[in-house]
Design a protein around this ligand. Structure first.
Ligand SMILES: Nc1ncnc2c1ncn2[C@@H]1O[C@H](COP(=O)(O)OP(=O)(O)OP(=O)(O)O)[C@@H](O)[C@H]1O
Ligand SMILES: [Mg+2]
Length: 448
């Protein structure tokens, strides 16, 4: 009795509870506890080695394994996005919707690195033959690229210690299981154990590791939030499966700035980097149609001009529809309310659809202003000047607040010939193409 005890783990913070409860005792999140079984013997196993450790003065630390230069992935934009290549011992988590191209990208990267180093691609989802077929399709067959198809983590560890690769891919963490735990592959304990151990090995042996993480229906990384804390870098691979473009976004980075992006296009021979994404995204833009505006998007140093589309039409339902692609629906609700109150639009009997062209999911608040203007333009059925771009955060009283990277955004818009750039009033930036707007009322006057 009592040998295979169950316990409950919080998906947000990973805290274990002896009994189920609606609220996590550690982080206070609701409905995040999931049941897990544990093998008592190993459940509290500590990953850390038991070597004697003594503290060292920061000035006496020798240049260690982590500072011997960065490993190029062979893809320029990807190197730039992660801060100039991959650092030795760095652990990167890459996540994205099924079929988006994670395995393809990583096989290309491993193949490029295999020109210089010994690399190991561990697949727990596909057979070695599938990897071979993909490898030949992307012309990435290399002698130094070793492949193993295995789900047992202990066997994978043996392979790693025998082969001693310098770069390792684990595809995916949810399909690998450790014998030490009784819970199923992909469970919180398994993901935590495996990611913890892999990170320990990466740091100790100086192996750079990329872990593939599956995502939930809502798009967040499956497994505990602690996974994101354990790894050094978290990147998301986004895009619409039916479309050619994919965007890789660096969400967290211990070895460089976060918020950087790299854009790829998917074709027969794999993913090709797009060096100038703005021009690609502007290429298919319809001119002189209502509800379309350009937003200079950036969360890092590289801005991209993205088209935002809105469609406002009379509803035939008792409750009007609000649908968004690429932006949080709650943000749209707030913007709708601001437009009703401050600008006097009657949106209560209108359906509103929003689309961020290119398959990106944009979280940054600078999108508020272009989103509001796109809705306004569609409502009035009046096209916005085709060389007008806008950015700024909307406050609840309709004021337009300043955002990061103003100069970067303006520069990118001007590079592509935009001559009316709406920016928040408070920014100390001037120029012949710049129109400063204080609130949403001023902003809609510009496009009327
Ligand atoms: N012959 C081909 N030509 C063009 N594109 C292809 C071809 N074969 C596969 N693809 C593309 O590759 C995608 C699958 O890529 P990949 O297997 O790398 O995705 P993944 O993110 O690893 O998916 P999963 O989460 O299921 O493992 C397909 O959705 C398709 O777009
Ligand atoms: Mg895959």
């Amino acid at each position: 009795m009592g040998k295979n005890k169950t316990f409950f783990v919080c998906l947000e913070c990973g805290y274990s509870h002896p009994t189920w409860s609606g609220k996590c005792m550690s982080c206070g999140s609701w409905n995040t506890l999931v049941e897990e079984k544990k093998n008592q013997k190993n459940s509290n196993k500590n990953f850390r080695s038991k070597e004697k450790i003594s503290p060292v003065s920061i000035t006496k630390i020798e240049k260690g394994k982590g500072s011997e230069g960065r490993l190029s992935t062979g893809i320029k934009t990807l190197d730039e996005a992660v801060g100039g290549g991959i650092v030795k011992g760095q652990v990167i988590l890459i996540s994205g919707q099924p079929g988006i191209g994670k395995s393809t990208l990583l096989l290309q990267v491993t193949s490029n690195i295999a020109d210089r180093k010994k690399v190991l691609y561990v697949t727990a989802e596909e057979s070695v033959n599938q990897i071979y077929l993909r490898g030949s399709r992307i012309k990435g067959l290399k002698d130094n690229l070793f492949v193993v198809s295995e789900t047992n983590f202990e066997i994978i560890l043996e392979v790693i210690s025998e082969l001693k690769p310098e770069f390792l891919v684990l595809d995916s963490i949810q399909t690998v299981y450790s014998e030490n735990l009784e819970s199923a592959a992909g469970s919180v304990s398994q993901v935590r154990e495996i990611s913890g151990k892999i990170t320990e090995i990466a740091k100790k042996e100086g192996i750079s590791v990329v872990i593939v993480g599956q995502v939930t229906k809502e798009g967040s990384i499956a497994g505990p939030k602690v996974l994101e804390h354990i790894v050094d870098t978290v990147v998301q691979f986004e895009g619409e499966r039916g479309h050619a473009y994919r965007v890789l976004k660096v969400v967290k980075n211990r070895f460089g700035p976060s918020g950087e992006i790299a854009v790829f296009s998917m074709n027969d021979s794999g993913l090709t980097e797009v060096e100038n994404p703005s021009s690609i995204f502007l290429l298919e833009r319809p001119e002189d149609v209502a509800g379309s505006i350009i937003f200079p998007y950036t969360e890092g140093s590289k801005p991209v001009l993205i088209e935002i589309q809105a469609l406002v039409s009379k509803t035939f339902y008792p409750v009007p529809q609000r649908k968004t692609q690429g932006v949080d629906i709650n943000r749209l609700s707030i913007i709708t309310a601001i437009l009703e109150k401050e600008v006097g639009l009657n949106l209560r009997d209108k359906d509103i659809f929003i689309n961020v062209v290119g398959g990106l999911y944009i979280k940054e608040p600078a999108l508020d202003l272009p989103l509001a203007l796109a809705v306004f333009s569609s409502y009035r059925n009046k096209p916005i000047h085709s060389r007008l771009a806008a950015f700024g955060e909307l406050g609840l009283t309709g004021e337009i607040r300043s955002v990061h990277f103003t100069e970067h955004r303006i520069k990118e818009a001007e590079k592509f010939g935009f001559d009316k750039i709406l920016i928040p009033f408070s920014k100390d930036v001037n120029g012949k193409n710049i129109i400063k707007v204080k609130n949403i009322k001023d902003a809609v006057k510009v496009i009327q």
